[in-house]
Design a protein around this ligand. Structure first.
Ligand SMILES: *Cc1c(COP(=O)(O)O)cnc(C)c1O
Length: 394
């Protein structure tokens, strides 16, 4: 026997992570969410939130969560099939199905769990998954968990996807194509109409993750599926209640048979506690606000246009990753530079996180815009970046 500590490898692994400038840690936020937040005791303009519409601090949403807690308690107290199914879950699922224009919907404890469980329930060892190379971690891990053969196609590359279908589809029982609609780290959008056509041509299921699109895209805020006029088409929609909806939880929307199948076969829904009454009621109220207040979406899109114009006019030399969403990324040559710019921004009163490998292939500052950002806050962001880059040159 050696006296080797079996946990020593953890510290060595951490050292490797630090050497690569990949080390990450949390920061404490002590204010309500919003365009201005207090982090580590300092007030900062916030460009790091997924709360695109500002609903996480909306009084109506907060009130709904408080009232649901008073009426139904803090916890769901059981899984949905046992004691954890409440009227408010049913109401929320109906609201999601109505928003999405699907027969039914199912609410999960998080978007991550919705992806893991749904993918693993839909396909298995005899099946094929075709997955966009830049898909979210929850889609990738769902594919792994399913045991299906998984092939990653080039990012948003319809020809590459078609080629894989041509070569491999016939060798497998079922096939599932999985893609984000809005890609969370680049802010670009998948060619959904073409992917849907291919899925039909090759008799494949299509699962789309609308996490960063719900509440933002489409005439009523249903997402990219609505934006592309594909509501009612044969596809499976997944999403989260934690981004524009400002709460916590995830969902699947689709046909009645799909939802009934998941209630019987999806382990990450069956064997976990139902979503809390507070989260459920908050999400329900947010969806009501989203569908009745198109102005919120318009404000967000105006802010996106305004910021892009500012960058183009004032800082044309900087490279923005092409985006058609509220996620706007400033590409930087390496992790060290991204961290440096991120910390300079923070010193100047702006929170804009540096995103680095392994989360993304190239380092960047990721800005996410909110409907509630003021123009003066966007001006200050661009002026500050301008200053940081001109100081770096001198
Ligand atoms: C955030 C995100 C998820 C996970 O949703 P949670 O509800 O936060 O677990 C899934 N997919 C994509 C594309 C996301 O951006």
């Amino acid at each position: 026997m050696t006296d080797l500590n079996p946990y020593d490898w953890i510290d060595r692994s951490l050292e490797t992570i630090e050497r690569a400038n990949w080390y990450r840690s949390t920061q404490v936020m002590t204010s309500l969410p919003g365009t201005e937040v207090v982090i580590d005791g300092r007030s900062l303009i916030n460009f790091g939130s997924n709360d695109y519409l500002g609903l996480a601090s909306d009084e109506r949403v907060i009130r709904a969560a408080i009232q649901a807690t008073q009426a139904f308690g803090t916890g769901a107290t059981g899984s949905r099939l046992m004691s954890g199914h409440k009227q408010v879950h049913q109401d929320l699922e109906l609201a999601i199905a109505t928003l999405k224009g699907t027969e039914a919907a199912l609410v999960f404890s998080s978007g991550y769990l919705a992806n893991l469980g749904t993918i693993a329930a839909l396909v298995g060892k005899k099946d094929l998954i075709l997955s966009d190379r830049l898909n979210h971690s929850s889609l990738k891990n769902g594919a792994l968990l399913s045991g299906a053969t998984t092939i990653e196609y080039q990012h948003c590359d319809i020809d590459d996807l078609r080629q894989h279908l041509q070569v491999h589809r016939a060798n497998y029982r079922r096939c599932l194509i999985i893609t984000d609609t809005v890609f969370s780290m680049d802010g670009d959008i998948c060619p959904l109409p073409d992917i849907l056509d291919l899925s039909i041509e090759y008799s494949s299921m299509l699962l789309v993750d609308e996490a960063h699109a719900t509440g933002i895209f489409g005439a009523t805020g249903a997402g990219v599926v609505e934006h592309d006029h594909l509501a009612g088409k044969p596809l499976i929609e997944i999403g989260t209640l934690s981004k524009a909806i400002g709460s916590l939880g995830g969902y699947v929307a689709g046909s009645n048979s799909l939802i009934n199948f998941l209630k019987n076969r999806c382990a990450s829904w069956i064997y976990t506690t139902g979503l809390s009454p507070a989260d459920t009621a908050a999400a329900l109220t947010s969806i009501e606000i989203i569908t009745t207040t198109p102005q919120l979406r318009q404000q967000l899109w105006q802010n996106i246009d305004y910021l892009k114009q500012l960058f183009n006019r004032q800082l044309p030399q900087l490279r923005l990753i092409p985006s058609v969403s509220p996620i706007i990324c400033l590409e930087l040559p390496d992790a060290q530079r991204a961290i440096l710019i991120g910390s300079k921004l923070k010193q100047a009163g702006i929170f804009a996180p540096a995103i680095r490998p392994p989360t993304v292939p190239t380092s960047r500052i990721r800005l996410s815009l909110m409907a509630t950002h003021q123009r003066s806050q966007l001006d200050r962001l661009v002026n500050t970046i301008d200053l940081i880059f001109s100081e770096a040159k001198n």
